[in-house]
Design a binder for this molecule. Structure first.
Ligand code: ZN
Length: 501
């Protein structure tokens, strides 16, 4: 079976065919770096991390671009309000770029904890002003944008004469107009309430500003993704990802900009949207205050949760659902995820035992492994069926548990293990390892507390000494020395220190 993906643009699932094989271009809208990332911000990066890992597993050369928005994202989608970054900077008396750097660093660290591989290119909007101005000039040359008082707006009704603004989110321009009847207030520069800013004239107090053919200003938020994806992935690339909440207006505007520029494409061939995280059924979002930051989630208790959950448990929790379904956060759901995650990790620890050659039968006769091999091969092949079907990680995880049940039976019953050939066993364990570690990106988190283990060992050491069991004393001393720890017998009792050798 081949990989099929659901395309929001066509509202259909289709086999994935690269635009320019063997390279596959993937672009994901990254964070606006003005505050701590919350759990809702983590779903997209985790989902698209698995997508890029799987594409690589399938043999594609992936170029994965995830941007950093550090300018132009205003408080309101209607091109009004303060720049989110400038507002945070002003409140904290910092340089806007200091705020951006701080939260970008935090974001990268959190994504690494969650097991997301770093993107191949991580462009920042403020570093691509030239490209954005160039794209505006193309759109103006095509007659689809106009300048008013140093700001430039995309002319949506004009664009809609020959294209379809709303093709991604599947809404007609009439419906959109009806919904925005009263929102032109204070935006009298726009010819239509559907028009959106490509460039905004900077008021005197605005800190982040750049020279342009229209005066000093800054780019509109939607523009950076069109300009930077084209720079690094080409005018038409394979997959554009993002959360469902970005589909409109952000992604709709991206498509309009790309069609309206000299690209004349929908930017990406496949548009993929991950569903939202909810708390008690309501969408988790910064603007409503209904959110749990990753920092707090990892430590807990926080936001109605009784305890913290480790990054790998959170990753597993996010992958337990298909990316197009909503996921509700609760203690119950996270505890179930922790159980599932630990089961999979115990499975990883079982593999070496299973990979040992099967013991020969007592009578020396070769075992008949045809039926055992066929069953194992079926369970193994089943691992990938879910992923191939629109990245259904939920289904692939269920298949992992089915295979794991078989593994446990094989590990505890020598006769059952003998009914499977070493080759079939090796193929199954390799597939399990590849799916869990390489594709789902789940790794073992050391859970034991080293300090506590050391205290426990020193307790055994003291007991052995009191019993004059000097052979045990020597074994413990040697084992700790291997770990770089030396035991010191002092008058006050047993102490330890780092070995200085
Ligand atoms: Zn974007």
């Amino acid at each position: 079976m081949a990989l099929s993906l659901y395309n929001t643009l066509t509202r259909a699932k289709a086999p994935f065919v690269p635009v320019q094989p063997p390279v596959v271009g993937v672009y994901l809208c990254g964070p606006t770096v003005y505050s701590e990332a919350h759990l809702g911000n983590a779903r997209g990066p985790v989902v698209f991390d698995v997508l890029t890992r799987y594409l690589r597993y399938l043999g594609h050369t992936v170029r994965y671009v995830r941007n950093i928005t550090d300018v132009g994202h205003l408080e309101s989608d209607a091109d009004t309000g303060e720049d989110k970054l400038e507002k945070a900077a002003r409140a904290q008396r910092l340089e806007p770029m200091q705020v951006a750097q701080h939260y970008a660093n935090r974001y990268r660290a959190h994504m690494a904890q969650l097991g997301c591989l770093p993107p191949d290119i991580e462009p920042q909007a403020s570093g691509h002003i030239t490209e954005q101005i160039g794209m505006i000039e193309e759109i103006m040359a095509n007659g689809l944008a106009y300048e008013v008082n140093g700001s430039v707006y995309f002319d949506v009704p004009k664009y809609d004469e020959h294209h379809r603004y709303g093709k991604l989110s599947n809404r007609s321009i009439e419906d959109q107009l009806a919904g925005t009847r009263d929102t032109l207030a204070g935006q009298d520069e726009k010819r239509s309430p559907l028009d959106f800013a490509l460039w905004k004239n900077a008021s005197p107090e605005h800190i982040m500003r750049w020279p342009s053919p229209w005066g000093n200003g800054f780019p509109g938020w939607h523009l950076e993704c069109s300009a930077m994806s084209r720079k690094y992935l080409g005018a038409e690339f394979d997959i554009h990802g993002g959360g469902l909440d970005l589909m409109f207006p952000h992604h709709e505007c991206e498509i309009a900009q790309s069609q309206g520029s000299h690209s004349h494409t929908d930017e990406a061939r496949v548009w993929m949207h991950n569903n939202m995280i909810t708390v008690g059924g309501a969408k988790m979002s910064k603007s409503t205050g209904n959110f749990i930051t990753l920092t707090n989630l990892f430590v807990g208790p926080t936001g109605g949760l009784s305890q913290g959950y480790s990054p790998m448990v959170v990753r597993f929790f996010l992958l337990q659902a298909h990316y197009r379904s909503p996921v509700d956060v609760s203690d119950d759901a996270l505890q179930a995820a922790r159980k599932g995650y630990r089961k999979l990790m115990n499975g990883l620890r079982l593999l070496a035992k299973l990979e040992a050659p099967a013991a020969p039968a007592a009578d020396g006769a070769p075992a008949d492994t045809a039926a055992g091999d066929a069953e194992l091969a079926k369970l193994t092949a089943d691992l990938w069926v879910g992923l191939d079907d629109d990245l259904n990680t939920a289904r692939s995880i269920a298949a992992l548990f089915n295979l794991l049940r078989k593994f446990n039976a094989l590990a505890t019953t020598p006769a059952a293990r003998a009914a499977v050939s070493d080759e079939a066993m090796a193929a199954a364990t390799a597939a399990y390892r590849a799916l869990v570690a390489d594709v789902l990106g789940l790794r073992d988190e050391p859970r034991a507390n080293a300090e506590e283990l050391l205290a426990l060992t020193l307790g055994f050491y003291s007991e052995a000494k009191a019993d004059k069991a000097y052979d045990k004393v020597d074994v413990i001393r040697a084992a700790l020395k291997d770990q770089g720890i030396v035991i010191k017998d002092t008058k006050a009792g047993v102490e330890w220190a780092y070995s200085e050798e």
